[in-house]
Design a binder for this molecule. Structure first.
Ligand SMILES: *[C@@H]1O[C@H](CO)[C@@H](O)[C@H](O)[C@H]1NC(C)=O
Ligand SMILES: *[C@@H]1O[C@H](CO)[C@@H](O)[C@H](O)[C@H]1NC(C)=O
Ligand SMILES: *[C@@H]1O[C@H](CO)[C@@H](O)[C@H](O)[C@H]1NC(C)=O
Ligand SMILES: *[C@@H]1O[C@H](CO)[C@@H](O)[C@H](O)[C@H]1NC(C)=O
Ligand SMILES: *[C@@H]1O[C@H](CO)[C@@H](O)[C@H](O)[C@H]1NC(C)=O
Ligand SMILES: *[C@@H]1O[C@H](CO)[C@@H](O)[C@H](O)[C@H]1NC(C)=O
Length: 402
């Protein structure tokens, strides 16, 4: 097939909900969850299917967002898992009990808490009837200063503990660093933190579109405002089915999946996401977030700074030159113990940026460089090699602190 045909096919698949034989979960209502493919299961059903105990908690932030927080309860020490941008608690579950971190942590006795940060498919409520443009006005800074403290306090209260273990991936590391620098009293509530693919400065990010996007940053911000594109990469059934279909290795249109995952995330070898799990992973992402969440990283790429977001740019489309330098997040305030897991082949964590982060943090207790060939960004949570190359070491570190 030629490129044109691939594109045509992908459009047809996207538009044609029932062209291929993937049914909606409602068709399975009368079947036991055990008989339903993981492709269709949300966090709750994945946990139940694999016969782990399950609890659903609702955490309300200071500014009224209602976060859906899942728990695999146990008497052990609490651990909070924080997903990446436009992702959800599903990310810690989709590889199943053998390979996904939430299950592996539960197996060794941790009390596992899975956050869903504001705006993703599980956390779309606000107790106040917030207008759209206000609801979506957030980035990793609000996640760090509102969602994380509310959730950490909730978990510590429920478990009657003084500290918890924090594990974040990608944006889940950015918001952690923002929290510990802007509200430093939270450092004392962190027993130990593990930052997978840590992102603070993105000055040298290698994404193939980043330059083009950066050059058009002011236009993008203007469009977001003008056409109210406040929510991006939201989860929808058609897209999930499309992803489940094209990401089957044996499917004819698999190249669409391969291209998308390379161009979006730098995944250069699709067999690094285990063969039979790829459709399951792909059907669960993306899970939605605000446009500003992405624009914030792009702004920082342009300014070469790790700082707050200039919201006023949204109505100012003349040029990027009006981007204001705001104070950088003060990482000298971060004092919670931190272990970094970094890969050489991760587009989003260039060596120079990671070195700058390392120099700025005074509480690093461990640093692990994964030098395996082509270990790309998503593999920290979705990779077939993550258990061997990341989690083995991660469990050693956790046992030193518990
Ligand atoms: C289509 O899906 C239904 C429901 O899961 C199943 O019973 C049927 O066998 C499938 N048909 C084909 C051709 O795979
Ligand atoms: C599910 O089962 C109930 C009774 O057990 C039945 O009334 C209903 O029609 C079934 N629904 C479907 C979609 O099969
Ligand atoms: C559903 O799964 C259960 C447990 O694996 C099994 O015992 C049962 O026969 C399955 N039912 C159907 C309709 O496939
Ligand atoms: C802690 O939880 C109890 C009930 O479990 C509640 O009454 C109390 O207000 C909570 N405290 C805080 C600080 O959230
Ligand atoms: C892709 O990964 C698989 C499994 O690690 C490996 O066997 C294969 O050689 C890799 N392919 C390329 C082109 O690197
Ligand atoms: C853009 O922002 C700058 C700096 O705040 C301001 O001087 C300029 O007038 C603004 N332009 C528009 C079109 O709003």
């Amino acid at each position: 097939m030629k490129m044109k045909e691939f594109i045509l096919l992908s459009v047809i698949l996207l538009l044609c909900n029932e062209c291929y034989n993937l049914s909606d979960f409602s068709h399975y209502k009368n079947k036991s969850v055990f008989n339903v493919s993981d492709v269709y299961l949300n966090s709750e059903l994945l946990i139940k299917k694999y016969q782990y105990p399950f609890e659903n908690h609702y955490v309300t932030t200071k500014d009224g967002y209602v976060l859906n927080v899942y728990r695999i309860p146990s008497q052990g020490p609490p651990v909070l898992l924080v997903h990446g941008i436009a992702d959800s608690s599903d990310s810690w579950l989709v590889l199943g009990p053998e390979n996904s971190l939430a299950f592996l942590l539960a197996d060794v006795g941790f009390d596992v808490w899975l956050i869903n940060s504001r705006g993703n498919k599980y956390s779309k409520k606000n107790v106040k009837s917030t207008p759209k443009e206000k609801f979506w006005r957030f980035t990793f800074e609000e996640i760090g200063t509102k969602d994380l403290p509310a959730t950490i306090d909730y978990v510590l209260n429920k478990t009657r503990e003084e500290k918890l273990t924090y594990i974040g991936f990608s944006q889940g590391t950015t918001s952690f660093l923002v929290l510990c620098s802007l509200i430093p009293e939270y450092n004392a509530k962190i027993k130990n933190s593990i930052l997978l693919a840590p992102i603070a400065w993105v000055n040298n990010m290698k994404h193939p579109f980043i330059e083009t996007v950066a050059l058009n940053f002011h236009k993008l911000s203007y469009l977001v405002n003008k056409f109210q594109f406040y929510e991006v990469f939201s989860s929808n059934r058609v897209q999930n089915k499309y992803h489940a279909y094209v990401c089957k290795q044996e499917s004819l249109s698999n190249i669409l999946c391969v291209l998308e995952y390379f161009l979006s995330y730098g995944l250069s070898n699709s067999s690094h996401i285990s063969k039979n799990k790829f459709p399951i992973v792909a059907s669960h992402i993306p899970a939605g977030t605000s446009s500003f969440s992405f624009l914030h990283y792009i702004q920082n790429y342009i300014l070469k700074r790790f700082q707050s977001f200039n919201y006023y740019i949204e109505s100012n489309w003349s040029t990027n030159q009006y981007l204001r330098k705001l104070p950088e997040y003060d990482l000298s305030k971060v004092s919670a113990p931190i272990t970094l897991f970094v890969s050489d082949s991760d587009w989003f964590t260039d060596k120079k940026d990671v070195n700058k982060l390392k120099r700025s943090l005074k509480s690093i207790v461990g640093y692990h460089l994964i030098s395996a060939r082509d270990f790309s960004h998503l593999e920290f949570v979705y990779g077939s090699r993550a258990k061997k190359l990341v989690y083995t070491k991660l469990f050693e570190i956790l046992s030193m602190f518990n």
